[in-house]
Design a protein around this ligand. Structure first.
Ligand code: CO
Length: 435
């Protein structure tokens, strides 16, 4: 029952988070209930032992931390990392085109979505707008169209007879623009779109400078299966891990543990993490170093801190789908609802190595959580996570783990209810563990 409540909480969290900017706002709302203080990177910080803080960089990456009472060089940082972004479609800067009385919005593909899954869905838009305020300063505002707004209608099978044999394909330039409206020949498409943004946001269309708008699926998350043991939603990769990490950190036993615990949720993982706020950027090193500096920990103390730190990179794993047995290594099938997965790749697409994997297995055992191990089929290219980059930049030992997921990068992914509870339990165990 507890697992089901946690997943319902997760589904509500995802439904309130239709873009990475909204995901960070949703996390901030959870933190506010537990007395966390927001820090501004441009301001002077004062940290207290036992204090609860978070920092947001550019709206869509967030680092949450609790300053422990225990000596940082002796206990290190206990870090969990995940990502706030999901692959999909983003609206172009000049999106509107007018064809045969229909207004379409041009899109760019963000990361590696399964494009066919975007067809015939009740799509809408969410993200942020940049505009000039009354003082002439550039400022941002979140925008979230809640109603179904856009659509990518399939071609009828009568015009695409081979679709079931050859698969559903979309030409990225010509066949992905989304239908928005019937318009008259007199309406200027660019003005029409700006006015739509004005109506939704209340920001004068003349003041709008630019936007980052994510195309999302308005269908809410749902439980499924004979015993409702599965759940489906968009963006499970990787908002499920973000939610699990935050829920683990907010546990009373973790907050009281005296450890310096950190939860780092990054944007831009799906496009390689190389940005000012991505996992391959300076955000995490900057924040960790500052936490240490403010406790007069530098030089050898800083080196000892990093050497005693540990990162769990939490991202979803590929669950076994019995209809496609040849897609998996037969010895490394991971099953939904059989527990979190330790992901191993000798080419370091995943950061796990034998020691970090064994340590994670130990926390699972202590928490009473089953675990599984995954290795990708040899002839297939393996995906990656934030783990290898974040641990390389800091020299911190790391393991890559995650819950089994079906249909990774579909607009509608699914996973197992008890796995989410298992993940929260083991992350909680890690956060409060002694050295
Ligand atoms: Co992911």
């Amino acid at each position: 029952m507890r697992a089901r409540l946690q997943v319902q909480h997760l589904l509500d969290f995802i439904d309130a988070s239709p873009s990475p900017w909204h995901a960070v706002a949703s996390v901030e709302a959870l933190l506010a209930k537990s007395g966390f203080i927001k820090l501004d990177e441009a301001a002077k910080w004062e940290l207290q032992a036992g204090g609860r803080y978070y920092v947001v960089r550019d709206g869509s990456s967030i680092i949450i931390f609790v300053v422990g009472h225990k000596s940082l060089p002796e206990t290190g940082f206990k870090l969990v990392g995940a990502h706030t972004d999901s692959p999909g479609l983003r609206i172009k800067p000049k999106p509107s085109t007018h064809v045969e009385g229909l207004l379409r919005l041009g899109v760019e593909v963000y990361g590696g979505p399964i494009l066919a899954t975007f067809a015939d869905r009740d799509l809408s838009l969410a993200g942020r707008l940049a505009y000039k305020n009354d003082q002439g300063q550039v400022t941002t505002q979140l925008i979230h169209f809640k109603q179904s707004l856009l659509r990518l209608p399939n071609l009828a099978i009568h015009m695409n007879r081979t679709v079931n044999d050859e698969g559903l394909k979309f030409h990225r330039q010509f066949e992905l623009p989304l239908l928005l409206s019937r318009v008259s020949e007199q309406q200027l498409p660019a003005d029409y779109f700006r006015e739509l943004l004005q109506q939704q946001s209340g920001i004068d269309a003349q003041r709008l400078q630019s936007w980052e708008l994510n195309v999302y699926d308005t269908q809410k998350g749902a439980f499924w299966g004979a015993d409702q043991e599965f759940y489906a939603d968009s963006q499970l990769d990787n908002l499920a891990s973000c939610h699990g990490a935050v829920q683990a950190l907010l546990d009373d036993a973790v907050l009281q543990s005296g450890n310096t615990v950190v939860c780092a949720l990054f944007d831009h993982e799906e496009i390689g993490s190389e940005s000012n706020k991505g996992a391959d950027g300076s955000f995490l090193p900057d924040v960790l170093q500052r936490i240490a500096w403010l406790q007069q920990i530098q030089g050898e103390g800083w080196a000892r801190t990093l050497a005693n730190s540990f990162l769990i990179s939490a991202d979803m794993a590929h669950a076994y789908q019995p209809n496609f047995p040849n897609a998996y290594d037969p010895e490394h099938k991971v099953r939904v609802n059989d527990g979190p997965v330790i992901k191993v790749n000798v080419n370091q697409r995943y950061s796990s190595e034998s020691v970090s994997a064994a340590q994670f297995a130990g926390w699972c055992e202590e928490a009473g959580v089953p675990y599984q191990t995954y290795s990708h089929r040899c002839e297939l290219a393996c995906g990656s996570t934030i783990g290898p980059m974040a641990s390389a930049r800091l020299g911190i030992r790391s393991v890559d783990v995650g819950c089994p997921l079906w249909a990774m990068h579909s607009i509608r992914e699914s996973a197992g209810v008890v796995d989410h509870e298992y993940l929260i339990k083991v992350l909680r165990q890690f956060y409060q563990a002694g050295i």
